[in-house]
Design a protein around this ligand. Sequence first.
Ligand code: FUB
Length: 330
Amino acid sequence: MKKRYLYPADYMADPSVHVFNNRIYIYPSHDWECDNTENDTGDQYVMKDYHVLSTDDPMEGEVVDHGKVLDLEDIKWHGRQLWDCDVAEKDGKYYMYFPMKDKNDVFRQGVAVADNPAGPFIPEPEPIHGSYSIDMAVLKDDDGSYYMYFGGLWGGQLQCYRDNVGIEDPAVNNNPDSKNLPHGNQPAIPSRMVKLSDDMLQYAEEPKPIVVVDAQGKPLAADDPHRFFEASWVHKYNGKYYFSYSTGDTHMLCYAIGDNPYGPFTYQGVILTPVVGWTTHHSIVEYKGKWYLFHHDSVPSGGKSWLRSLKVCQLEYDSNGKIQTIEGID
Ligand code: FUB
């Protein structure tokens, strides 16, 4: 299968991709070299700004870097680590949703607003009320509703919350030894989703769990290698909702299908087998009648998991709507 490194000039990761004004816009994290020791908390991911990339042909066309569109220092409540962001358009305005640690080292979710898809994005003065954890992805549904999917384990701090209430200090409880992690055949910790308010700046409701169930309707267990870890994405295909995600420490991209944006979602299979590098993270988008998987790996940096490179390839469905598995290493 043909694959392309999209932007060899710099290390970027976690591509969230949308079609705006008939053009592909890529919203990645911007990886930086650092001296931090690599750990399960993710201290090696020290990102400090966002760039926007765009192209009119993901496999062959020129990829334009629109430059820095948001800097950590411009966000009033900043602590550190601008991780995976996403952008949604409503009524001609563009809303960037980004996770960042506040001054207490707790991940919160911010919003920044622009007049065009290439930014610059102006951050709101406060994080979204009641927000927590990382890796937000926004679906604009056909009825004009916007839904945000989010959450990530360990360094992403999701295990520190139950029913949207903190149960332990996220600045401490952010590694695989957490006592709040389920084990064995206990149900896995679910990702979350929430409808956005009409002004796109707040949650319109309490976040709800996204439950991934097996063919018998049983939630995937904590020891299932296909359970959710981070990197939510939702797209629609033939009227169905496809929820895809990273399995984290088992290094796959997997997916599940539901009949509505709230789920439940029934597990289907693997989209991408493990790549070079610890993390795997993606988005799926249709453009000019073809479907694409955007993701990252650490091949160009020689396997440094904190220096990742953007990649793209085509994605195919079979006649039953099943996504054909792509090899991460070939
Ligand atoms: O890029 C930092 C974190 O690594 C992301 O938020 C995760 O999804 C993983 O890719």
